[in-house]
Design a protein around this ligand. Structure first.
Ligand code: HPA
Ligand SMILES: [Zn+2]
Length: 377
């Protein structure tokens, strides 16, 4: 996919992905197919010519002007997802393709329950579809671990988040189906997140949601912050929501103290460089502060965010980053290790994944041109 000499290494590197929205993997092809199957009308081409064809929709997706411009199309996409089998199809395609094509070994996947609930689709429908997909992939012999994470939505009133959290808690979604199996990989949902529109939506509005969740025993928490919003929103997510991870987080580079804090507290930032360019958060990939993060010791993972909308899945993100940043094997090793370390998959699985990373890195370390092994050689 890229011409870089390290391309085969980049493909074989065991990967973790922590920032992919299940609904963001809905391709235009599947959108039109599910619209027809489920008898759900899409906007007419007279009101929006983008809906004339698969091609015109792809064309429109290539020219988003902002996060909100994207979210308009993203939430139209939700309307065609109706049956458990629709969610299963979406999840199966992602897990099976990415494990094969990108050596994806562990995935933590977001979904937005509130929009589905408002359409009369139950959380159970989505979670069951997801679980069937994961079981199917694993039965086919793919050794992948994966977890599902509901995100609360900032474009809706916070009362809607309160109702959603109540449903999630009363439905027992943060527990294993079999209570004897209390371990990370057996919980139906693994944590909570916060996403959707960011500007003028300070994280503090959702503080009581995160407090209630924590009191209910949910320790894995994350929030989209510092995508279009300022560095202060990242600080607020840490201070007010007490999240253990930050999604996007690119605005952190504007605040030296925050960078020091992220490094010191070893917060994993789930960066989505291609998304940042597609949504015009950054004009060019070069401006995504990956080098600054590395220099400062801020841990990050690389992610696709909404691959069907942003022109590519995880491997293409790794390739795009390599074309621009030209990282060494040693630098990729740090990225891969940090991704494993920051995962919510439990210590046992982490050990397995870390062993795989070391195996691939060890095999490539000597082969790299000039044997460069330092951070900046
Ligand atoms: O990049 C994003 N930002 C905020 N909300 C989202 N929901 C899907 N993708 C995104
Ligand atoms: Zn996102």
């Amino acid at each position: 996919m890229c011409n870089h000499p390290l391309h085969p290494f980049l493909v074989s590197l065991p990967k973790t992905e922590h920032h992919m929205h299940l609904e963001g993997s809905l391709s235009p092809e599947l959108l039109f197919r599910l619209s027809a199957k489920n008898n759900i009308p899409l906007p007419s081409p007279e009101t929006d010519p983008a809906f004339s064809s698969v091609e015109s929709l792809y064309e429109r997706y290539s020219s988003f002007t902002s996060l909100d411009d994207f979210l308009h199309y993203y939430y139209i996409g939700f309307t065609v997802l109706v049956h458990e089998s629709d969610f299963e199809e979406l999840a199966y395609a992602y897990l099976s393709t990415q494990s094969r094509e990108a050596n994806l070994r562990h995935a933590e996947v977001f979904f937005d329950p509130q929009v589905h609930i408002a359409r009369g689709i139950s959380i159970e429908t989505i979670v069951s579809g997801w679980e069937s997909a994961l079981q199917k992939v694993q039965k086919e012999g793919v050794d992948i671990s994966a977890q599902l994470i509901p995100c609360f939505l900032r474009h809706l009133d916070v009362k809607d988040s309160e109702r959603c959290l109540s449903l999630l808690l009363s439905g027992g979604f943060f527990k294993p189906p079999n209570p004897a199996e209390e371990k990370p990989s057996s919980r139906r949902l693994e944590g909570i997140g916060l996403c959707s529109t960011e500007l003028d939506k300070p994280p503090s509005t959702w503080a009581h949601i995160f407090t209630t969740a924590k009191q209910a025993g949910i320790t894995n928490t994350t929030a989209h912050a510092g995508e279009e919003g300022p560095a202060e929103y990242i600080t607020a997510a840490l201070d007010d929501l007490h999240v253990t991870r930050i999604d996007h987080g690119v605005s952190a580079a504007d605040d030296e103290n925050l960078m020091d804090r992220l490094a010191k507290e070893q917060v994993l930032v789930t960066v989505c460089p291609v998304s940042n360019v597609r949504l015009r958060v950054k004009q060019k990939l070069e401006q995504v502060p990956l080098r600054r993060f590395m220099e400062k010791g801020v841990r990050f993972s690389l992610n696709s965010d909404d691959p069907a909308y942003f022109g590519g899945y995880l491997q293409s993100v790794y390739c795009a980053v390599q074309e621009v940043f030209g990282f060494t094997v040693a630098q990729w090793a740090v990225i891969a290790r940090n991704g494993v370390e920051g995962s919510w998959c439990g210590e046992e699985r982490k050990r397995v994944l870390m062993g795989e990373v070391e195996g691939v890195v060890g095999a490539w370390a000597g082969k790299e041109e000039g044997g460069r092994l330092g951070w900046f050689s």
